[in-house]
Design a binder for this molecule. Structure first.
Ligand SMILES: [Zn+2]
Ligand SMILES: [Zn+2]
Length: 534
């Protein structure tokens, strides 16, 4: 949910507009975005949105905040290529408002001059910002690491950071995500050797799951596919979408004879194919989790195949990922995860990289950003060690930091809440969604109790539905009468592994009922499946 507002006089800019994915307790909530309500009280109009890079936690909320921004959206070509379709999904044609910028470009907005600087991260075309303000220069690193041998040859612009440092920097706002890791995060190229081993030894198909945005990782896999004579298939919507953008922009370079569609995989021998799949976080409907339970239209795993998990597991997803691994193991395929082979590097700088930036920039004030409080505080300690004359300012969400002739200090705290988004209605719903009476009265709550044998996956009795706050009308009554049968059919048609896995089964129940209610009454009640294993 990254977002920073910078204001000088009457001019205000927003830097990034990210989302957070909801914790599982937020039933029926698809996205969490920052609440900009506080700005109304300030009477600020925002003249531009500046994007550091294209990760969801930096661009995911744009469609929801755009109507508060009067001017253009600046970002690198790759970032904007990801933003465009996202806005179109919401029926917004940003067209002329999307302004591509290159490293070392400058744009002036009122009294603010913004300079864009190249940084390396886990995706192409990432930028840091130098904000030239009347109070001095403020550097915002965005997400970064210092990859000295980046896949695309575009290294972090340390020269410019040093120049700015030499001429005096008022404040450095720096990425703290990996502040608790010692040493260096390492180059993206460090994973090549590990993948080379996988390619050299795999007897069957190679299936790699990674983030759809990890274009450098995709490049490494495509290069090895070329070297080892395998075809490459991008599998899963996000993966196909992002790889197409990357191919179109030349951020991903692959010989076209190497690329095949997922529907063509079965025309090739398993040992001639590598698949790049979505689902590295165990998302039930993504490609790899479907493949793992043998429920994918085009891909079947066999004993000679190998599945590589090449992504960090986002905290909270450990169980879901472990479940996918168990299912993959049931298919007999081999699993390679981080720790067994070096097949993942972080896109955020570790301690030594963070220190290097502080020592180049030598800021008067240091503000650690992006990370949990413990990481911010470690980063702060590093800053005072590297540059003892710096003053550390520890900020939390909503803090207002003011720079003026007498220095810098926190002057105010505005409410910086979150807004829960129910994506199917593309509207906002208030916080504490389960207690929101309006929402419950409108769409209601359906609790489904399913008793199922954990051994055979056979229903012990018809599903039971308990509803609250559902409008009592004939259409609802019909749907409720039919629902147990629809559910029974839906569950019985699922593969046994899905039926015996409570997590997947709940997802199936949710989808079946959502579809039914959507189709028949045009509503989306919160659906709370309860699976009793007997
Ligand atoms: Zn990022
Ligand atoms: Zn980030």
């Amino acid at each position: 949910m990254n977002m920073l507002l910078v204001r000088s006089g009457d001019t205000a800019l927003l830097i990034d507009a990210g989302v957070m994915f909801p914790e599982p307790e937020l039933f029926g909530v698809d996205l969490v975005i920052p609440d900009l309500g506080a700005l109304d009280a300030y009477g600020v109009t925002i003249s531009a949105l500046i994007l550091t890079h294209g990760h969801e936690d930096h661009i995911g909320a744009i469609a929801h905040v755009l109507d508060r921004i009067s001017g253009p959206i600046y970002g690198s070509p790759f970032t904007l290529a990801l933003v465009g379709p996202k806005l179109e999904e919401h029926g917004i044609d940003a067209g002329e408002r999307l302004k591509p910028v290159k490293p070392r470009d400058e744009v002036t907005i009122g009294p603010l001059r913004i300079e864009f600087l190249r940084v390396t991260h886990s995706m192409p075309d990432c930028l840091a910002l130098a904000l030239h303000t009347p109070a001095g220069v403020i550097i915002h690193t965005g997400d970064f690491k210092i990859d000295q041998t980046p896949m695309d040859g575009e290294a972090t612009d340390l020269h410019r950071l040093a120049e700015l440092g030499a001429s005096g920097v008022l404040a450095l706002l720096s990425d703290s995500t990996n502040a608790d890791r010692p040493g260096y995060s390492g180059s993206e190229r460090d994973v090549i050797a590990g993948f080379e081993e996988v390619f050299a030894n795999a007897g069957g198909m190679i299936v790699v799951t990674a983030f759809a945005s990890s274009v450098y990782r995709h490049q490494i896999i495509c290069d090895l596919a070329d070297q080892f004579d395998r075809k490459v298939a991008f599998v899963g919507r996000g993966m196909q979408h992002t790889s197409q953008i990357a191919l179109d922009l030349g951020a991903l370079k692959v010989k076209s004879r190497l690329l095949i569609r997922d529907s063509e995989i079965r025309d090739y021998h398993a040992e001639d194919v590598v698949c790049l799949c979505t689902g590295s976080q165990g998302e039930p409907m993504a490609a790899l989790p479907r493949i793992a339970i043998d429920d994918h239209r085009h891909i079947k795993l066999a004993a000679e195949d190998v599945v590589v998990f090449s992504a960090r597991i986002i905290p909270g997803n450990e169980k879901a990922v472990a479940r996918v691994m168990n299912h993959v193991a049931r298919r007999g395929a081999d699993i390679v995860a981080d720790g067994q082979k070096h097949i993942h590097v972080s896109g955020h700088g570790s301690e030594e990289e963070l220190k290097l930036v502080i020592s180049l920039v030598r800021p008067r004030y240091f503000v650690p950003i992006h990370g949990e409080y413990r990481q911010l505080s470690r980063h702060a300690r590093m800053a005072t060690l590297v540059h003892p004359r710096t003053t550390v300012l520890m900020l939390e969400d909503g803090d207002v930091l003011r720079f003026d002739a007498s220095g810098a200090r926190v002057v105010d705290k505005v409410p910086a809440g979150r807004v829960l988004i129910d994506g199917t209605r593309s509207g906002e719903i208030a916080d504490e969604v389960l207690r929101d009476r309006k929402h419950l009265a409108g769409d209601g709550l359906v609790v489904v109790v399913v008793a199922i044998s954990s051994q055979t996956g056979i229903l012990e009795q018809p599903p039971e539905l308990i509803t609250r706050g559902l409008a009592v009308d004939a259409r609802h009554a019909d749907v409720l009468r039919e629902a147990p049968d629809v559910l029974t059919r839906g569950i019985e048609s699922a593969p046994r592994e899905e039926r015996t896995d409570p997590g997947l089964l709940k997802e199936r129940i949710r989808l079946e009922l959502q579809r039914l209610f959507k189709k028949r009454v045009g509503r989306r009640p919160l659906i709370l499946p309860v699976v009793m294993e007997v």
